[in-house]
Design a protein around this ligand. Structure first.
Ligand code: ARG
Length: 572
């Protein structure tokens, strides 16, 4: 909405300064001091081409903009053109757009026609779903929502780690020490426990490793017993993962684990060979990437087994050729940066020009109460435990704050889970995330509960209005009497940024920009709420306008939370 005003300014200025309208629009700023105006166009960039001093350019542009009659006032100050927009008109346009078609406030459907495969979550079978996988899951899910809202066909893919030598070890460990009942009761923890024990005991007892290798060989050869156990581990682990996905509201178009590509590897190896890309190195077959300053990409190990990169090559070809994706994103931790650089380079060497549309979307590390976590060092935090505790703590907070709330369990679930998700999304993607329950659940901090609470507060105002002033709840808003209050306008401005922030979030593959925006909107709403009486507004017209603004805010928050993968309860 503010974007529309920027566009209008840019269209007038563009021909005069010899740039495209979009380029000019991108230069427009929000003046730090609102006294100056609502939008400002700095003219310094134009001085060289126009051979004129910036203040003179600003003065010319100001005249032209004033002549359109669209704006409340236009003023040249130094090298800036300061514009005050018709705030009432902008506010009403935004309010009615949010109530009729909230999506248009955010997206210009720039991704229409794209088919985007987004690889996210990808936990490993028989290993804990760690907090790193949580990051991938929530960032990937949010990106899927953003691209879908932008008009793309999104294919969410869960590339499960369901193949590899470790399965031989888990089978061997299970047959030695495991039992069906314990695995069924708590599959992920028990299988991981067996795996850890296997490693510990293999230190003193190296035959164990041979046993593990032998079982993996049997699995590769399709031995029925090995296959049955392996499939059972997958099924049991998936039940646990699925329960978590359900709680997080996350889903996938495709769950295709690494094993899915078993019968698609030969074709990859054959093609690499026939293109002359394979060289031998210590018995292994690799693609030499030294020309690009990268270590070789290993395709076949010396024992002839394919590995992780080979599978990712097969998977990329499948996503492009069979699933029809023209853009491929991988939401995977930063420690795999080199792996993806290698895979994308090999795709390019295989003549796939779409390799340029592949993108590794990395992210920072998750620290738990200030400590790094690693499965190997045994510092495992199980996501299901984190979610349970967040929900239980939320339940207690609700009990203390609002004991009469209906549906307490449902609300606690939405708020507790939302708290964990929002905490993960509010910082720049590449920044590390620190996880502390106190911070994550703080209703007054920059948290999911704070945003959800602000939404519930707006809903509660509207509920009261519906019983006290039903006739003031109208979408047919008359202009408010007199100028907008600063707090009203600040709220409109924040929501009016939706378009540009949404586009930036897509361009940077960073949902945190949307999380920051909704926090800014909440701050602005809470200032407005304290500053401008809504139900006790001086007259019906003002009340109707403020209720309209409140309703728009509620919709804005719910829509944005939805993009981020959170629910917006109406009371809490
Ligand atoms: N399962 C892998 C891990 O936990 C992540 C897989 C990421 N996706 C991919 N296509 N390589 O490290």
């Amino acid at each position: 909405m503010i974007q529309t005003e920027k566009q209008a300014i840019a269209e007038v200025a563009a021909p005069l300064v010899g740039l495209a309208a979009d380029e000019v629009a991108a230069l427009i700023e929000y003046p730090p001091n609102p006294e100056l105006g609502d939008l400002a166009l700095p003219c310094f960039r134009f001085a060289k081409v126009l051979r004129k001093a910036p203040p003179a350019i600003a003065a010319d542009l100001a005249d032209q903009l004033a002549a359109t009659g669209r704006f409340e006032s236009v003023q040249a100050t130094g090298g800036y053109v300061n514009v005050r927009v018709a705030r009432g008109r902008v506010a009403r346009t935004l309010i009615s757009a949010l109530s009729a078609h909230p999506e248009t406030v955010f997206s210009r459907q720039s991704s229409a026609g794209d088919t985007v495969a987004i690889d996210y979550s990808a936990p490993n079978i028989a290993k804990p779903f760690g907090v790193g996988h949580l990051r991938s899951t929530v960032i990937g899910h949010a990106l899927a929502n953003l691209f879908r809202a932008d008009g793309a066909t999104v294919l969410g893919v869960n590339h499960l780690g369901d193949w590899g030598t470790q399965f031989g070890k888990v089978i061997a460990a299970y047959l030695r020490w495991g039992d069906e009942e314990t695995v069924r009761r708590d599959p992920v923890k028990e299988l991981f426990h067996l795996y850890v024990r296997f490693h510990a005991e293999a230190k003193d007892n190296p035959e164990l490793d041979d046993e593990g290798r032998a079982w993996f060989k049997r699995l590769e050869d399709g031995d029925p017993e090995a296959t049955r156990l392996w499939q059972w581990f997958i099924d049991e682990s998936l039940k646990v993962f699925q329960a978590m996905y359900d709680r997080l509201g996350v889903s996938f178009e495709f769950t295709l684990g690494e094993s899915f590509y078993n019968d698609k590897m030969d074709a990859v190896v054959d093609e690499l060979r026939s293109r002359g890309l394979l060289t031998e190195s210590d018995g292994a077959l690799v693609v030499d990437l030294s020309e690009w300053n990268m270590p070789p990409c290993i395709i076949l190990k010396s024992d002839g087994a394919t590995i992780y990169p080979t599978r990712d090559l097969a998977a990329a070809l499948y996503r492009h050729d069979v699933l029809g994706a023209n853009r491929l994103f991988y939401v995977v931790g930063g420690e795999q940066t080199l792996h993806f650089q290698q895979v994308f380079k090999v795709l390019e060497l295989m003549g796939r020009d779409w390799a340029a549309n592949c993108r590794h979307v990395a992210f920072g590390m998750m620290k738990y109460n200030g400590e790094r976590m690693s499965t190997r060092r045994g510092k495992v935090v199980y996501l299901e435990d984190v979610l349970d505790r967040a929900v239980a703590d939320t339940r207690q907070i609700i009990e203390a704050k609002n004991p009469d709330l209906p549906d307490k369990d449902w609300v606690a679930e939405q708020v507790g889970i939302g708290a964990v998700v929002f905490n993960d999304l509010k910082n720049y993607r590449m920044h590390d995330v620190d996880f502390r329950y106190e911070d994550v659940l703080n209703f007054d901090g920059e948290t999911g509960p704070y945003v959800q609470y602000t939404h519930a507060r707006a809903c509660s105002v509207l509920r009261r209005a519906a019983s006290e002033f039903p006739s003031d709840l109208t979408t047919d808003l008359a202009p408010a009497e007199g100028p907008l209050l600063d707090s009203e306008w600040a709220l409109v401005t924040e929501m009016g940024k939706a378009n540009e922030v949404f586009e930036r979030a897509l361009a940077q593959f960073d949902p945190s920009l949307m999380a920051r925006l909704v926090l800014d909107v909440c701050h602005a709403f809470n200032r407005f709420y304290h500053d401008a009486p809504i139900l006790a507004a001086p007259d019906a017209q003002t009340r109707a306008f403020r209720l309209g603004l409140t309703d728009a805010t509620r919709r804005f928050i719910a829509y944005t939370l939805g993009l981020l993968g959170l629910r917006a309860p109406e009371a809490m």
